[in-house]
Design a protein around this ligand. Sequence first.
Ligand code: AG3
Length: 289
Amino acid sequence: MGYNEQERAFIEWYPRGYGVGFKVKRRLFETQTEYQRLEIYETEGFGKLLVLDGTVQLVEIGEESYHEVLVHPVMLAHPNPKRVLVIGGGDGGTLREVLRHDTVEKAIMVEIDEGVVEASYLYLDVAKDLLDRLIKKEEPRAELIIGDGVKYLRETGGERFDVIIVDSTDPVGPAKLLFSEEFYRDAYEKLNDEGLYITQAGSVYLFTNELLDAYKAMKKVFDRVYYFSFPVIGYASPWSFLIGVKGDVDFTRIDLERAKKLDLYYYDPERHETLFQMPRYVRKLLEGQ
Ligand code: AG3
């Protein structure tokens, strides 16, 4: 698992011996935070690489293939997203994309591991300036809370959100609770009457069972649930995303006027429907739920 000195490569091993690897020039940083093992590498062709507990979180070159796709479909499907909650996402990439929408008045990011925020600020060119302003509490439209997202959602009082985005580690391991029916209920309750919830949901081919479990649990809670996948650079592609809808929002329709101002590189709002393309067996499995 991990760094192979001889090969000068970092490899993430998925189940059944499927690997995703990068040739690296050197390891820049390594630490055990309060929650996980964090490593940062300089890769040969993709900028810096952030690894948590042996799993690839992002590479600088291509990180938008994840962050754009996690954020903009829900932000553009919601008629007027003013209040946004991000759970996880300590590298700042998700919040950076959220704040590109002028509709946003307040965005809160709840990250459990301060170590991820610090290392991302120090080593990564993903959202350096934003993280700096968040740490200094100088970002007028956003706030960083270091804490447990599950607890935050359960305990926060009257706060309601238009969009909730979960940018967590995989549905296996420490983030498992973020894929539970109980958690989805708390999220549903904290959404405004018209609200959208999105979570990354793992590799389509390699975590199919976890994906199905999350889908089933979400269907019990949300008014409608959607699935889409996208080829994310650095992950075992295609990568899956699950959307929960509360109330009268149509996730299949995108505000193309607002989309024009964004000038995106990976997610194509004019071809929103192509997100829903999927392997036939996955469609069959989801339809069976
Ligand atoms: N968060 C999602 C990481 C999931 C990757 N899983 C894996 N490589 N097995 C990424 C954080 C980026 N903001």
